[in-house]
Structures are given as structure tokens and as C-alpha cells.
Design a protein around this ligand. Structure first.
Ligand code: WQD
Length: 342
């Protein structure tokens, strides 16, 4: 009998890549998604890659009655991976209540529906943004979390605090919070990838859309940071490496290997690259020149963020193995594939 995993936000960028890895690891998947920042077309793309179309339920997790009804219909699921959240940093600054309501109501309703229906394993999509401006690098899970600059980031930090209280009050319930650094790249098939609504906030999709002629030029937000070339450093990780870590985390809970009822793991490569490193690698990989201009800093950006990957290596026996050029070439292949289709 295959174990069933409910994936909220499973039509999204990281969610869909994780659904593929779950299917390829012989899990049955049910996707819950409100399609606010994704498309149902992702389901046929998942089928093209795996031959399987996962069950899909369009659901707004802010609706507690509907959420509980759906979870009751799937009460024999073994666990939940919770991706569903708004994630645009800039938009969250302009519309904080939209972010607190959506991201926290969705989490609370999911946890309550799981608890009521006896689904006691939970994987949370968190972010390195909970570390704020790190005082120690590389960042370990023991680094104290700080109030993130953006409401988006704070919904991740508050969510982890809710998980801490909930797992303490409900010993039958186990959770793993996965703190992503900077996910980029796309599935090797070129059939799924990042699909930002509107103007991309993140560096990689902005680069590929500039190279595809959709954006006129990339603005590099500042080159006066205390780094080797003045541009900020981030720990970019291939989305497929990230997806594989989710499957390992699910198996850890299903096999009851967790050491505490709430665990945290950084998901990064441990290697930091600057914005100019990414641009230069893109130009080399695509043998093209990217149109960019150095402008002023973006509020909230920190100079450097990169992960210590020891805990995930030691406890999950997982480490990222895809390199920056592979991340970039897969992003570019997806962008080209996307444009050919439209
Ligand atoms: C990376 C670097 C920018 C765009 C955020 C969230 C994090 C995670 C990933 C949400 C920075 C520079 C960017 C541009 C630029 N979750 N940049 N021009 O800010 O590290 O992390 O997204 O998806 O939780 O905090 O990622 O890709 O926005 O920026 O110069 O047009 O690229 O200044 O140094 P970030 P990013």
C-alpha cells in the first residue's frame, strides 16, 4: 500500500518539483492549491515527466470548513508537506495583512485539520530569512533567529514559533522545518520551472526574462556591500536538490527517526555566490551578454547569507550536489521552453 502525502501549494515552483520526487519514490500525492500563484497546467507537466497525474483539489486553506472537509476525506494520509504561502517579499511590505492572513490562517487551518483527522507528520517550507542579518557565517541551525525585515519573512518565523508551541502541546505530532536558502533552477526535462506572476522579485527569473527579451535590463541592487565584488552573496541551491531533501524528511518522520518533535534543517549548498558571479556564470553558460545596470541597494537585502550544511548531512544523509552552472543552464532551458510554448 503506497503512503499518501498531501502537498499544499503543490502546483507551485518548489511544490511541483517535490511532487515529482515523491511520485518517483512511489508515494501517492494529493495536491491542494488555490492557484493564486500557479496554474493547473502544472498537473499535465507532472504527468509528462512521471506518467502520473496526482489528485488535485482547488482549495483556499483560509477556509477552515472546506479544509477540514478535504482532510477528513484524506484522513489516511501519512503526512503533509506545506508549501502554500504567498512569497513575494516586496508585496508583503506593501500588503502585510494579506501575507499574515494568508500564510498564517493557511498554516493554522492545516495543522488543525491534521490534528482532528489524525495526520501527525508535517514538513514546513521555511526560509533562511528567519535568520535576519546573520552575525555568524556559515549559518547553522543554532544561529539565533531574528525578526526578518519583511512581513513575508516574519510569517515564516512566526510559523516556526506556532509549530514549536503546537508540537510541545501535542506529542503525537511531529514536524520538520526546512529552511531554504536561495532555490533556483528547473527540472532537467525543461517541462516545469519557476513561473513568477508579473515582474519577478527574485534574481534568477529576472535574469532569464532579461535574456529572453521580456525585460529590458537587470537592475543589480547595489555593489557597495562588504563582499569580494561589492554585490551581495547568497547560497543558491538547485530546486531538484531541494525537492529530494523533502522526500528524505518525509521518510524520516514516517520511520519515526526524528529526535525531537520539531526539527530544523538548513537546505543550502554551503557555497556563497555574489550577484556578479551569477551574472558572469549566466553569460558563460549561455555564451551571451546580459544587459544589466548597477543601481542602488534594495531595502532589506543583507550582505551575505550562506548555510552550514552539516546537520542535514549528518542527520538526513543529504547534501546538495548540483553546481551553479547546472542551476543556471536548467533555468535558461526552462525559460526558452516556456517562450517556445507561448
Ligand atoms: C538575491 C540577490 C538581490 C533581483 C528571497 C527571500 C527568500 C527566498 C528567496 C522567496 C540579492 C539581488 C535580485 C534583482 C538584484 N524566498 N537582486 N536584482 O532576497 O536573497 O531571498 O527570495 O522566494 O526567503 O528572502 O533572493 O533572488 O530576491 O535576491 O540585484 O532584480 O539578487 O539584491 O542580493 P533573496 P533574490
Amino acid at each position: 500500500m503506497r503512503s499518501k502525502i498531501i502537498v499544499t501549494g503543490g502546483c507551485g515552483y518548489i511544490g511541483s518539483h517535490t511532487v515529482i520526487e515523491l511520485i518517483e519514490n512511489d508515494f501517492e500525492v494529493v495536491i491542494l492549491d488555490d492557484l493564486s500563484n500557479s496554474t493547473e497546467k502544472t498537473l499535465e507537466r507532472i504527468n509528462k515527466i512521471t506518467g502520473v497525474t496526482p489528485e488535485f483539489i482547488k482549495l483556499d486553506l483560509k477556509n477552515s470548513l472546506e479544509t477540514n472537509k478535504v482532510f477528513n476525506e484524506h484522513k489516511y494520509a501519512s503526512g503533509v508537506i506545506h508549501f502554500a504561502a504567498h512569497k513575494a517579499v516586496g508585496e508583503s511590505v506593501e500588503q502585510p495583512l494579506k501575507y499574515y492572513k494568508n500564510n498564517l490562517y493557511s498554516l493554522l487551518n492545516t495543522l488543525e485539520a491534521q490534528s482532528v483527522n489524525g495526520i501527525n507528520n508535517f514538513i514546513f517550507s521555511s526560509s533562511a530569512t528567519v535568520y535576519g542579518t546573520p552575525d555568524i557565517l556559515p549559518i547553522t541551525e543554532k544561529n539565533k533567529t531574528q525578526r526578518p525585515f519583511s512581513p513575508y519573512g516574519n510569517t515564516k518565523k512566526v510559523a516556526e514559533e506556532i509549530l514549536d508551541d503546537f508540537t510541545k502541546s501535542n506529542k503525537a505530532f511531529s514536524a520538520i522545518s526546512l529552511r531554504y536558502f536561495n532555490p533556483i533552477g528547473a527540472h532537467e526535462s525543461g517541462k516545469i520551472g519557476e513561473l513568477p506572476n508579473g515582474i519577478p522579485n527574485n534574481l534568477m527569473p529576472y535574469i532569464t526574462q532579461t535574456a529572453a527579451g521580456i525585460r529590458e535590463k537587470l537592475m543589480v541592487y547595489g555593489n557597495d556591500y562588504p563582499t569580494k565584488d561589492g554585490t551581495p552573496i547568497r547560497d543558491y541551491i538547485h530546486v531538484v536538490d531541494l525537492a529530494k531533501a523533502h522526500v528524505i524528511a518525509v521518510k524520516r518522520l514516517l520511520k519515526k527517526e526524528q529526535e525531537t518533535t520539531l526539527e530544523f534543517f538548513n537546505l543550502g549548498t554551503g557555497v556563497g555566490y555574489s550577484v556578479l558571479d551569477v551574472i558572469n556564470t549566466f553569460e558563460t553558460v549561455t555564451n551571451s551578454k546580459l544587459n544589466y545596470e548597477i543601481t542602488k541597494r534594495r531595502d532589506g537585502d543583507v550582505p551575505q547569507l550562506y548555510a552550514s550544511t552539516d546537520l542535514a548531512k549528518n542527520k538526513l544523509d543529504w547534501s546538495a550536489n548540483k553546481k551553479l552552472d547546472d542551476m543556471i543552464s536548467s533555468s535558461w532551458a526552462w525559460e526558452q521552453n516556456l517562450r517556445n510554448k507561448t
